[in-house]
Design a protein around this ligand. Sequence first.
Ligand SMILES: [Zn+2]
Length: 457
Amino acid sequence: MHVEVEHVPGRVTFTLEPAAGDEVGRVGLARRSASFLVDAPPGGVHPDVLVVAALLCARPWVHRRRRFSCSVPASRDLADALHAGPRLRLANLGDGPPRHTPADGRPGLCFSGGTDSVAALAVMPGTTRSYHLARRAPAGERRSTLMDGRAALESCEVLRQQGHAVTVVPSDVEYLADPVGFPHDLTTAVPLLLHADADRLDAVAWGAPLEATYRLQRGRFRDYAQSPFVAEWGPVLAALGLATCVPVAGVSEVVTSTIVARHPAGRAAQSCVRGPGLGRPCGRCPKCARKTLLAASISGAWPPDRVLERQWRGTESRQHLLAEPMKVEPVLAHCAHRYLADGGGSELLRIVAAKAGPDPRAWLARSYEPALELLPARYRDAIADRLHEYALPMSADEEAAVRAYDVTGPDPGRASAQEDLHRWMAARPPRDLTRRAADRVRRELRARRARTDLDAG
Ligand SMILES: [Zn+2]
């Protein structure tokens, strides 16, 4: 794979030139180039940053056994970090110095507008700058998606009004892949990376909570320090003079939801990426269904059973409950138990509680302190202090319970609850099939109308 990088005023474009055999694997390559609209001037982005940005756009189509070629030469330090971390080799090396961490730097945050992202911002230093990747369809693109970016743009505006520095970076990078989506989990960091020099950034932050960082949502604990984000890409970002900073890595979605419920920045938070605006979630997607449970478990004000059950009966949402393990299971378990403790009578939530086993509440509402050790030293104490205003440190026993978390083994009680769940769902087929078809038509019409070239936008 070769990537040609072009930086003209206002825009950085990565053009992918795959060699024969590069287009294998699970993700199709639908287009050849992706652009980011940036404020950074040409020549104002360190070459190593451009190389990493190019890789994060092209990663699914880069073979480990072939050297990755980029029109911009990389430093020896970056080449070593890419080889030691994600085990990628570079073809084009220069003799320039690596990027140095600015002495008077500030952290940057990859901002999505979701609960975890806003919660991360709420506990980060006031100097933090946020960068939001705003999806733009390229000219002539026919594929449409369920995503609606309007709520996230409104989130950015709310934060600006509160005095936060927010940069919105329109990009069509998600259209490289087929199906449409980010080529790599860290592609959302590219807007931040491209502004790292102009804005003197010294850290890259994002808002992943405990369930994701320690992989509890996959059913079993895995140390975050061993994750690709830290073990593979941490050294690469460090070679760019950027420390990795995940302020909410040690707290669950229960805590991030509490933070956004109490902090002023919380007005900018919306988990749903399908609703037409901030404060207008779609009310039908799995994120909305989980959010309803979380909000009610924090406030104690539960919607009627039929409303709760209807949200989980949709074609997609039901799969989150039927999956093994359930999607973000510790949070669902806690919400279901909380609901039953408050006297709720839904049969569905009773089955969910039975499937998940005991309420993990004790540790779910506290901070897993080993996560704080992975924060950059210069920001660690301030972030920890803010975080502890919302979640006290776990006890040694609670930390042990997190490490022992495992719902993947055989469990007769769970198996029987799973059968009940299948029965309950089978008796209540999804009613949203016609509505989904109508939505798709509406979406395609909207995409056709809004099919603006990046030049125009
Ligand atoms: Zn939704």
